[in-house]
Design a protein around this ligand. Structure first.
Ligand code: FAD
Length: 291
């Protein structure tokens, strides 16, 4: 895909805000991200049926047009029909966007999923049939998807997903690189040979830290827990330590030849810029960030 020869890729994820204020803030964020020259910026899809085109697709258009940056659109299979996907693919083609992260999507309580696609692999296959030149990425889980029976089953289904047409995989966030390395080995054994981008989400505030502790299935190393404990009442230090932890993870991943790093920015450009200025040369990018 968009990998620079011999260097890993760096990409960012943003999500569509749900208010006018949020839209204004995100526009500023995206302006700030301009010039960091990421391999691509991905735009998430919310887990409800309404307004996919008015949120995800509109924001993707903005990123693609305004930042002139390769753009990836998240598409949740559980929330779209075949007819809707066909229409969206045409729209994306007209916008010169050809990267999709094909997902099943998170199913919220009370929602009955659309039935045209059961799994992300069904959507991947459909996209590749409709528009073969579209680049389709898939999600993967170094610490196993919560619905899976076990690691073996999860990797088996991942292999089917890749064989259905995935060009690249992006991982769920993790805070313990050893989990990622183990997963890479399992993929190699299963003959999964597409690039795997490591999803990194820096901790930058207490609310987010608590959310991760309560909801995240990821293993949280002692070093990470210590940071959260020690700086729980000191927002400035928590943010600095959270960013330093993410930088440390990234340096280790790149040293171990990761294919790419996908940064969950949480729509915070200052965090992305801090991380960028500390790691740019690892990605063969130039740090041009004013601190
Ligand atoms: P799938 O690949 O379909 O897998 C789901 C489960 O089904 C897994 O347990 C898998 O092992 C199993 N499975 C797969 N195929 C089969 C089969 N043939 N038979 C039996 N079992 C099978 N959610 C959103 O709503 N919006 C987003 O924008 C979004 N972005 C994400 C970005 C990334 C990088 C990641 C990692 C996740 C994202 N998610 C998003 C969350 C994702 O939608 C959920 O984790 C969802 O529960 C699973 O999606 P998937 O594409 O991995 O599903």
């Amino acid at each position: 895909m968009t990998e620079t020869k011999n260097f890993p890729t760096l990409s960012f994820e943003v999500f569509p805000p749900n208010s006018e204020v949020g839209v204004g803030k995100l526009t500023d964020t995206l302006d700030q991200l301009k010039g960091l020259n990421p391999s691509f910026i991905s735009v998430t899809a919310s887990n409800h049926k309404l307004n996919y085109e008015k949120t995800t697709i509109d924001l993707a258009k903005y990123v693609n047009d305004t930042l002139d940056c390769p753009t990836m659109v998240h598409m949740p299979a559980a929330y779209v029909t075949k007819a809707e996907v066909s229409s969206i693919l045409d729209q994306l083609e007209a916008m010169h966007i050809n990267q999709i992260l094909a997902l099943r999507g998170d199913i919220v309580d009370g929602y009955t999923p659309e039935t045209d696609f059961t799994y992300a692999s069904d959507l991947t296959k459909f996209i590749k049939q409709q528009k073969p030149y579209f680049e389709v990425s898939g999600a993967c889980y170094p610490e196993v998807h919560p619905d899976s029976k076990n690691r073996i089953d999860d990797v088996k289904h991942l292999k089917e997903k890749v064989d259905s047409g995935c060009d690249q995989l992006i991982t769920q966030l993790f805070y313990d690189n050893e989990q990622f390395y183990r997963f890479q080995e399992e993929c190699a054994i299963a003959d999964i040979n597409v690039p795997i981008l490591a999803g990194i989400m820096p901790i930058v505030n207490r609310k987010q830290a608590l959310h991760v502790i309560e909801n995240c299935a990821a293993h949280l190393p002692k070093k990470f827990i210590n940071i959260l404990d020690k700086y729980k009442d000191n927002p400035v230090s928590l943010k600095e330590a959270g960013i330093a932890y993410a930088v440390d993870q990234i340096v280790d991943l790149v040293t171990n030849d990761v294919n790419g790093v996908h940064l969950y920015t949480m729509n915070k450009s200052d965090t992305a810029k801090h991380i960028f200025s500390n790691t740019a040369s690892l990605f063969n990018l130039e740090a041009q960030v004013e601190e």
